[in-house]
Write a protein of this length. Structure first.
Length: 233
């Protein structure tokens, strides 16, 4: 991949052999962000799990105390009173079969999908379409539920879902470059707490092998994983 001049200049300011503490890393990531838009700040964590085994899957949700800085479009599959509840709670799209047909036709103008359990007969048909995009409602992620109002409020406020990928890495947004460092650190620790709580019993050795923070267009800055795991929240 070819990198631009700004990226190369920013990379030179990062000590590749150093494990930064979280505050120092966040300050550096903010300093090196050079895009003309408000970049997302992301955390990438390498875990000591083997995702090929069912007992080493890592998945969960966390409500970031300061949100992600992004307004999420929420789609809800519901009917009757639950559909009304979704509309009143501020869902961007509410429906059933008609929404499923739009999605089957290639429409994906939403960031997260929620469904009531009685709508899964409709939603289940979309598994091969929504699954690969990470948009399939799932009970483990709290997106298959009758608690529609609470779920929508949490999603709009900054609740995110995380899931280990095939390379044993978790990727998550923790805010924007415009956020104050203290707020980014609060979000980082909230995410780390949720990740630790999701640790499978089968995981061996040091759970978090590496932690890297970066902005959308900026270079990665390595953080000491032991400091993250031991930090007081």
């Amino acid at each position: 991949m070819r990198r631009g001049k700004n990226y190369k200049n920013a990379t030179q300011k990062v000590d590749k052999h150093k494990l930064y503490d979280s505050q120092e890393a966040l300050n550096l990531v903010k300093e090196l962000a050079s895009a003309k838009f408000d970049e997302t700040i992301e955390v990438h964590v390498k875990l000591s799990v083997d995702p090929r085994h069912a007992d080493q899957q890592v998945r969960g949700t966390v409500s970031l105390p300061h949100g992600t800085g992004k307004t999420r479009k929420v789609l809800v599959f519901a009917k009757g009173e639950k559909a009304k509840e979704a509309e009143q709670a501020g869902a961007d799209y509410v429906g059933g079969e008609e929404l499923a047909e739009k999605i089957q036709g290639g429409w994906f103008d939403f960031d997260v999908a929620v469904a009531t359990p009685d709508m899964m007969a409709v939603v289940g048909k979309l598994g091969k379409i929504l699954g690969p995009r990470g948009l399939m409602p799932n009970p483990k992620a709290g997106t298959v539920t009758f608690e529609i109002e609470r779920t929508i409020n949490e999603l709009k406020a900054g609740r995110i879902e995380f899931r280990v990928d095939k390379t044993a890495i978790i990727h998550a947004p923790i805010g924007r470059v415009s956020f104050e460092v203290d707020k980014l650190q609060d979000n980082l620790y909230a995410f780390a707490d949720a990740l630790i709580k999701a640790k499978p019993p089968a995981a061996k050795g040091q759970y978090m092998r590496s932690v890297t923070i970066c902005s959308t267009m900026g270079p990665g800055v390595k953080v000491n994983p032991l400091v993250i795991m031991a930090a007081k929240r």
